[in-house]
Design a protein around this ligand. Sequence first.
Ligand code: ACO
Length: 438
Amino acid sequence: MSSNDKAQHPSTGDQVTLQAGDRSVSLPLLRPTIGADCVDISRLPKETGLFTYDAGYTATASCKSAITYIDGDNGVLLYRGYPIEQLAQNSSFLEVSYLLMNGELPTPSEFAAFDDEVTHHTMMHESLKNFLGGFRHDAHPMAMLCSSVASLSAFYHDTLDLNDPEQRRLAAIRLIAKVPTLAAAAYRYSVGWPIRYPRNNLDYVDRFLHMMFEVPSEPLELNPVVRKALDLLFILHADHEQNASTSTVRMVGSTGANPYACVAAGIAALWGPAHGGANEAVLKQLAEIGDAKHVDKALARAKDKDDNFRLMGFGHRVYKNFDPRAKIIREMTHEVLGELGIDDPMLEVAMRLEEAALKDDYFVQRKLYPNVDFYSGIIYKALKIPTEMFTVMFAIGRTAGWVSHWLEQQTDPEFKIGRPRQIYTGADTRDYVARDKR
Ligand code: ACO
């Protein structure tokens, strides 16, 4: 049995016994390939009448998955078993997308076929231009991306038989291929530039840069540092286990909704400032801080319990030691800033904030390190990607993870509609009172 098979079918080892008053129940312990064992509580309500409560699912596994593994205490992130550091060093985003979707690294011919297929699905339907044209000129590109991705289900409804593995695979390819096209179109609409069609002679990242930045009046010079940084960012953003947006994709997917609707829901979840929206929030906060000399004041506010101000781009739900992606991207941030010769006061604020927070007891004791969004925002700014597009950039990378989880879910033998329970805190049963008697 391969390690992936083991992850999909964790072994059931010991039992744990739960004592609730005079009731006792034995619950199976599930053992993953790596990581902590998990108590299977699915029999609990039937056998004891009890439910479990876990706000924010901090202690609950919602599915079995063979895609990504995180060890938050030791700063480990594996895609299909491969350490993120090795993928960042040696792979490309498109190869990582193949890996996430298919479970194995592609052979040269498998990669060539995948690349060719993605390349030939990058065009968007011409009438999507009209759809995007219906937005106000100042629409947020996340709003445009979310709705245009959802609209894809209206264009491909003839290939939405979810029982057909080939149609499912095709939908995943279309999403990986078309999200960058829609993202760039949303950006160009917001700045009033003509939409650029995807060019098949360019690779995934260059094609996206071309669709974003090429203007009719002059040829676009593609900088290798920019290309390398963007490819790296897409790799680092490609998947992150059962985070809020991926869980949303799975939750919507559990109802049998089509993959475009599921990914649109994931995009909506990603938008929040506690999740992918943090990279945009980081830059807004740096602008508010304004000057490196105000950094200490910002730190003091972040530590003040009477102030709900938080340092955006610091802290992580899972990584309580360091975020391995942040470590990789930090080096790239300094390389990009150095090679592009950027002299931007906001970036100076960022570097000063990073330095001060890493030395500050409050942040050190709570293990609040800069997360991937702190640095990705800075790189995007250096690459001249507008702030409103930051979360869109995250969505382009994460699409590979979303579609991989959606595909995995469709063949999960334990596939069930997601339906959490609650602790009801409302009024007890009471009788209706006529309006004139209230
Ligand atoms: N600034 C100041 N204090 C913070 C911050 C922060 N960014 N993050 C956490 N803390 C403090 C909390 O006040 C709390 O302090 P206390 O123990 O004295 O009460 C302690 O650190 C633990 O914080 P929690 O909120 O319990 O941590 P949780 O794991 O629930 O939250 C989260 C993680 C949401 C990422 C949080 O750190 C945060 O809001 N960060 C800023 C937003 C951000 O950068 N989000 C991006 C996450 S990465 C991603 O989505 C790709």
